[in-house]
Design a protein around this ligand. Structure first.
Ligand SMILES: *[C@@H]1O[C@H](CO)[C@@H](O)[C@H](O)[C@H]1NC(C)=O
Length: 369
């Protein structure tokens, strides 16, 4: 008899759940207004947004089972979801705008509307005041325009802000640095300009700060040196000037640093090259000068060490010979001179790693005279 009852338990549980959770009228109305602002012609995901219970079988909508309020909207345009497989497409398309009616979903914690390519218009400013429970705002890969809402810092529980690959303009809002729970910030590939706020280092929980390919100017704030959890910093492809703050080398868990394709000047801080755990460093295409600090040791472990296209002078650093590993080295297009050291890791690299310098010689370039 016991074995007969076991399969019934989940069935009973599910039916209890589906009667217990039924969505509030105001949430349903807000979702239908949100749907009305968008058009998704290929997959038909919004055709599931019918009937009274938005907590049950509305594609991408999930409710908090304790109160039947909408907690989660997750609409991804690139997904392994069966709805994509059935339609024979691996990527979706959606146009229209993000209606400010979502601001009526005042228990929303996750807002994910990602990779639909043609959603235009602004990020509704009201999310910052009306949706205080938001933890994840994930809106990459659309065509959103206008600024990041200036009051974004009011979202004090936000852990993820991903707005990459849109057409956002304006500055990084000053209020952003008050988001004390923020772990992941991705503004990559927009048209954001202005400065990085000088108190950026206040983002104590931040582990990934990705802001490549914008028009950010000014210098890299030295407060970033105080970020104890920062693992990945990508500021490549901006207009940053001034020197690299030496205390970036004190960020304890920094593992990747991309500052390539900016207008940085001054010397490479020795502390940065000595930073343990820094495995990917790209400083290519700046105006860095002086010698390459000869400070590598047996704990140096670089998957990427790209210092190409700068104004570095002096010798190739001998100490790199003691590095545990160097996977990719590029010192080309600088003003270096002298003999390329022999032995590992130098003997693994091709001439392209060293070409276009002042007077480098020895393998893999031509023999020294
Ligand atoms: C380093 O950055 C430059 C300039 O943005 C880029 O062309 C190059 O491919 C990068 N190097 C590596 C190894 O990724």
């Amino acid at each position: 008899m016991a074995t007969f009852f076991i399969p019934l338990v989940p069935v009973l549980f599910l039916s209890l759940l589906s009667t217990a959770i039924s969505c509030s009228d105001s949430d349903r109305t807000a979702l239908l207004d949100f749907k009305a602002g968008l058009s998704e012609p290929y997959l038909g995901i919004f055709s599931s947004w019918t009937g009274t219970n938005c907590c049950s079988n509305w594609y991408g909508v999930n409710c908090d089972p304790t109160n039947g309020r909408v907690a989660d909207i997750t609409l991804r345009g690139e997904s392994e979801d069966p709805i994509f497989v059935r339609s024979g497409r691996n990527s979706g398309l959606m146009s229209g705008k993000l209606s400010s009616s979502i601001c009526k979903l005042d228990r929303l914690t996750n807002l994910v509307v990602a990779d639909w390519k043609q959603i235009t218009g602004p990020i509704p400013e009201c999310i910052t005041t009306s949706l205080p429970a938001l933890r994840i705002v994930d809106l990459p890969g659309n065509r959103l325009t206008g600024p990041i809402p200036s009051s974004i810092g009011k979202l004090s529980h936000l852990t993820v802000l991903n707005l990459a690959d849109n057409q956002l303009t304006g500055k990084i809002p000053a209020s952003l640095t008050s988001m004390s729970d923020l772990k992941h910030l991705d503004l990559t590939n927009n048209q954001i300009s202005g400065l990085i706020p000088s108190d950026f280092g206040n983002l104590k929980m931040l582990s990934r700060a990705l802001m490549a390919r914008n028009q950010i100017s000014g210098s890299i704030p030295s407060s970033i040196g105080n970020m104890n959890r920062l693992a990945d910093l990508d500021l490549a492809g901006n207009q940053l000037c001034g020197s690299i703050p030496s205390n970036l080398g004190s960020v304890p868990v920094l593992s990747s640093l991309y500052l390539d394709d900016n207008k940085l000047t001054g010397n490479i801080p020795p502390k940065l090259l000595q930073s343990k755990g820094l495995g990917m460093l790209n400083l290519s295409k700046n105006a860095l000068e002086g010698e390459i600090p000869d400070v590598f040791d047996s704990k140096s472990y670089f998957m990427i060490l790209d210092l190409s296209y700068n104004k570095l002078s002096g010798k190739v650093p001998h100490s790199l010979s003691s590095a545990a590993y160097v996977g990719h080295l590029d010192l080309s297009h600088n003003h270096l001179c002298g003999t390329i050291p022999t032995g590992p890791p130098y003997d693994q690299f091709e001439a392209t790693s060293f070409v276009s310098n002042a007077c480098l010689c020895g393998f893999p370039l031509s023999k020294c005279e």
